[in-house]
Design a protein around this ligand. Sequence first.
Ligand code: SF4
Length: 368
Amino acid sequence: MRLGFPRALMYYEYYPFWAGFFYKLGIELVTSPSTNREIMEMGLKKAADETCLPVKILVGHLMALRDVEGIFLPRLVSMEENTYLCPKILGLPESVLYAIPEQEIYTLDVNWREGKREVLKSLLAFRTRIGRTKSQIREGFAEAQRWQKAYRRMRNAGWSFEESMECFETLAEPLKLKDLGFSRERSHRQKTADFEDGWLLDQGDITDSLEKKPRIALVGHSYLTYESYANMNLVQRLREKAQVLVVENVEATPIELQQSHLQKKIFWSHAKKIYGAGSYYVEDPEIDGLIYLSCFGCGTDSMTNDLLARRARQNQKPYLVLTLDEHTGEAGLVTRIEAFLDMLERRDDYESNLSSYGEHMDRHSSFT
Ligand code: SF4
């Protein structure tokens, strides 16, 4: 059995989980190609105008999946306790079925809010669609969790998104990853080589020994940060001139702690993660500036962006918002990034050399 899996939206966070699940069940999971012009155009043509860019890209990927017996598109309801995904994700797959009428859709609800037991229940109910027994599903679930855990460990150990995903997509037995040394004990030499190859987004101890570059935190949805076609290679461009940290480099505990700045915890899973990581970076004196990568039409971003902008203002942290949509031009994006980086450089050189008027003249002086 060959099932298609779109390289969009939840691919960026949960592909290892589903790859492990289907691997154990002997079902081939075929991913769509990386986003390209054809995929983007198909998505833009077919998707509803009012929806956001990531959903439009998803539609393009669904249409690009050919030679498969069906498409696997789970409905992710929540990623953790007390949170939900945004309504556009909750509306999947029904909201995009019209784009692929000839394809059979395999779906189920995945609600981590209710705990592992509920997710397993949902998978057991799904077993009749794929013709597997209860015990096979249980084994598949255990394998899926192991793969997902391996993915998290790799990211925490400093593997970049591209590097870790390549392992899950190309290795027949990704759990042999252990042999590749994905633990925190990777050698300094190996990490340096990875950094120089452009694989690592950041490694504190390594970067210290490398050329001094500004440290930038890039915050936003994983499916925008790593969607290099839609964001016009933003991460690569930034890496050429700065050290880049992303939301995934912040662990769950600091994200949770940062919610204390708010009167009420954010209940959208992604918004909570982005705000928590962004707010953490705002407080980090080692971070020179924040870039919020947003997309036109995203309801939760409009709120998170404003909350983070206030935090950045309070902490005098330079803050840039880049909003992507299908009309975003490369020249405009590059100009804005360059202006931001220039400003960081000037700030570093002349920070204390300011007029005597105003409040909070700089981060280090005692007068306000
Ligand atoms: S959170 Fe925003 S970008 Fe993501 S699917 Fe929802 S509306 Fe789109």
